[in-house]
Design a protein around this ligand. Structure first.
Ligand code: 13P
Length: 250
């Protein structure tokens, strides 16, 4: 079964280097007796500084994206080699803001997943439907397709390094959280897709995080669901006062 809960903070395009240092220091203090797996994903510009603070603690260092090529003439992009050099351990891929605002498609995301795995990173692969898709009854099929695409060509051994994050687009940054029941139903569905692809024991052990307006007030109800194994937190990860209680949900 699952190896326990995994709570991650995606800081998105927030925090100067100084602010990031301050938050990282508060989190290492606040979470040092925490019992779960933890991650913070600051902007590229703060990775090195935050990395030096969380190194050797129970908080992993994550990046929010990576280029699909190893290196070369790709102005504005950041490579796996550069992330490895900074001590990054995990890369978040396929976030809905990358899919929808920056038009990343499934093939590109899959290429990034493979490259990240090749270089030894863990990956958080994000999937999730838009409001329009949910209202059209397509939530399951959209998540299924994004999961299959994202994992295409990835071995069962490598899947052990992947976490899925279900982030319904309509719940991100909107204050609207999926009900624990709705989220759990999609998580169960994604787990079934994984079972079909990799077998039941891989499906039973893969961590599936929920993301979308997770707050201290709703974290425990979400985590109580059978198929919800953690959270990918945006807004509430920007302050220790809100992230620590989520990370230590009771
Ligand atoms: P919010 O928690 O701000 O809704 O963001 C969720 C998210 O996108 C995390 O990756």
């Amino acid at each position: 079964m699952r190896r326990g809960y995994y709570i991650a903070g995606n800081w998105k395009m927030h925090k100067t280097r100084g602010e990031a240092i301050e938050l990282a220091a508060a989190l290492t203090a606040g979470l040092k007796d925490g019992e779960h797996k933890y991650l913070v994903a600051p902007s590229f510009t703060a990775l090195e500084a935050v990395g030096s603070i969380v190194k050797g603690t129970n908080i992993l260092l994550g990046a929010q994206d990576v280029a699909s090529e190893e290196q070369g003439a790709h102005t504005g992009e950041v490579s796996v080699l550069q992330l490895k050099d900074l001590g990054v351990q995990v890369i978040i891929l396929g976030h809905s803001e990358r899919r929808h605002t920056y038009k990343e498609d499934d093939a590109l995301i899959n290429k990034k997943v493979k490259l990240a795995l090749k270089h030894g990173f863990e990956v958080i692969l994000c999937v999730g439907e838009t409001l329009e898709e949910r209202e059209a009854g397509q939530a399951e099929v959209v998540c299924e397709s994004q999961t299959i695409w994202g994992l295409s060509g990835i071995s069962a051994a490598d899947v052990a390094k992947i976490t899925i994050a279900y982030e319904p687009v309509w719940a991100i940054g909107t204050g609207k959280t999926a009900t624990p029941e709705d989220a759990d139903a999609i998580h169960a569905y994604i787990r079934k897709v994984i079972a079909r692809l990799y077998g039941q024991s891989v499906a039973d052990s893969i961590i599936i995080q929920y993301g979308g307006s997770v707050k201290p007030e709703n974290a425990a109800q979400l985590m109580a669901k059978e198929n919800i194994d953690g959270a990918l937190v945006g807004g509430a990860s920007l302050k220790a006062d809100t992230f620590v209680p989520i990370a230590k949900f009771a």
